[in-house]
Design a protein around this ligand. Structure first.
Ligand SMILES: Cc1ncc(COP(=O)(O)O)c(C=O)c1O
Length: 396
């Protein structure tokens, strides 16, 4: 893959130059003063990004490892849990809880739609009535498989009102750092994210915040845990270390990424993602593609698009790749019928305009009937209408 490839998948995302350089630095002693200072810096930066004063722990793992940590540290086998699933990653969260023996009730939402706070409240009430008051609610902030962002603030409020004792455990992997998010403000107990998404860092680190209430739960939780025991991570973090050898190079990269993120500022980052999301959706719709996600909850980090009737995903992705654009297919039930465009992390509206031009040319080359010459203008207008035209700002 060349440096000029337009990598438009929902993670791993492309890396700013400063992050790439930082990641190639010489190693340091992971139990020495340089690493201690680094860990302190990135932890404080992440707390600002999560908008929390809770502990944020850094694990050497992919996002799924963080999801496992979110389960095994706070629950016991047999604990009733409500898993709100709006797509493949919601399914995964539920499957992990089940694998460790939780008594999981699923609230399944039709793919492409967000969960409704009232439906979550009703499911919680039904569990309580059945004598299985939930110990925790598992939620996905941004469902990467369908390109849908849940109205997390409203859902969290509904959970607090209906089941005040339930822990709110959130997969924030593909939204946190790009979309407005308030760990403390929304009363979220445990939140997970992954380095390879909005954070513009290679895959390999996962970050988890833990509230005081969740720490208390971890003292009585009996699910088996060792590598992902967050109490060990907290004890080590207090000494400026991690319990096991950390991915030191990725910590260097994260340090540089957080510096770039704070230089741009979270408000500007959220605005930039709103602009690229709007541009992507408008450009594709203008060409004639059918967007998959409910427009009211379409994600500003990933757009899901139906494959046009008769078009073959493998041939389509190969054609785009030959023209320098890499997009993602879909998983599970949607494989072959939906494709996805990632627009998170180090992305500008210009990158989206280029992607749209490539999709138009590639589609026409394959005989997919798309409307010519309208996508870029529609995308520009949508980004501008979002009041956030940041083309070429070079902010990151
Ligand atoms: C919402 C969400 N949850 C979980 C995961 C799993 O993360 P990983 O692939 O890093 O294990 C992903 C990865 O795409 C994701 O987008």
């Amino acid at each position: 893959m060349s440096d000029t490839t337009n990598l438009r998948i929902p993670g791993p995302t492309s890396l700013p130059q400063s992050v790439r350089e930082a990641g190639s630095r010489q190693m340091v002693n992971h139990r020495g003063p340089e690493f201690k200072a680094l860990l302190g810096r990135v932890t404080a930066g992440l707390q600002r990004g999560f908008r929390t004063t809770d502990d944020v722990l850094i694990l050497t793992a992919s996002g799924t490892g963080a999801l496992e940590a979110c389960i095994v540290n706070f629950l016991s086998p047999g604990d009733p849990v409500l898993a709100v699933s709006i797509g493949e990653f919601g399914e995964r969260f539920a499957a992990i809880a089940r694998a460790f023996g939780a008594d999981v009730t699923k609230l399944d939402v039709e793919p492409g739609r967000a969960a409704e706070p009232t439906a979550v409240a009703e499911a919680l009430q039904a569990m309580a009535t059945a004598g299985r008051a939930p110990r925790a609610v598992l939620l996905t902030h941004n469902e990467t498989s369908t390109g849908v962002t849940n109205p997390l603030a409203s859902i969290a409020a509904a959970v607090h009102e209906t089941a005040p004792d339930a822990l709110l455990i959130v997969d924030g992997i593909s939204g946190l750092g790009a979309l407005p998010f308030e760990t403390d403000g929304w009363g979220l107990d445990v939140v997970a994210t992954g380095s390879q998404k909005s954070w513009m860092v290679p895959p390999g680190l996962a970050m988890v915040s833990v509230s005081e209430r969740a720490w208390a739960a971890s003292e009585t939780a009996t699910m088996p845990r060792y590598y992902f025991d967050l109490r060990a991570a907290r004890t080590s973090a207090d000494k400026g270390e991690t319990p096991w050898t950390p991915a030191v190079g990725i910590c260097f990269a994260l340090d540089a990424a957080l510096e770039a993120i704070e230089a741009e500022g979270y408000e500007a980052i959220f605005a930039r993602h709103a602009a690229v999301g709007a541009a992507t959706r408008a450009g594709l719709a203008a060409m004639g593609f059918e967007l998959f996600a409910d427009p009211a909850h379409a994600s500003d980090t990933v757009t899901s698009v139906r494959m046009p009737p008769g078009a073959d995903w493998t041939a389509f992705s190969r054609e785009l790749r030959s023209r320098g654009l890499v997009v993602a297919g879909a998983q599970g039930r949607l494989a072959g019928s939906v494709f996805r465009i990632g627009h998170l992390g180090d992305v500008q509206v210009d990158d989206i305009l280029r992607a749209l031009e490539t999709i138009e040319a590639g589609s026409l080359a394959l005989g997919i009937p798309v409307t010519r010459g309208v996508a870029v203008e529609a995308a520009r207008a949508a980004a501008a209408a979002a009041g956030r035209q940041l083309v070429g700002s070079g902010a990151v």
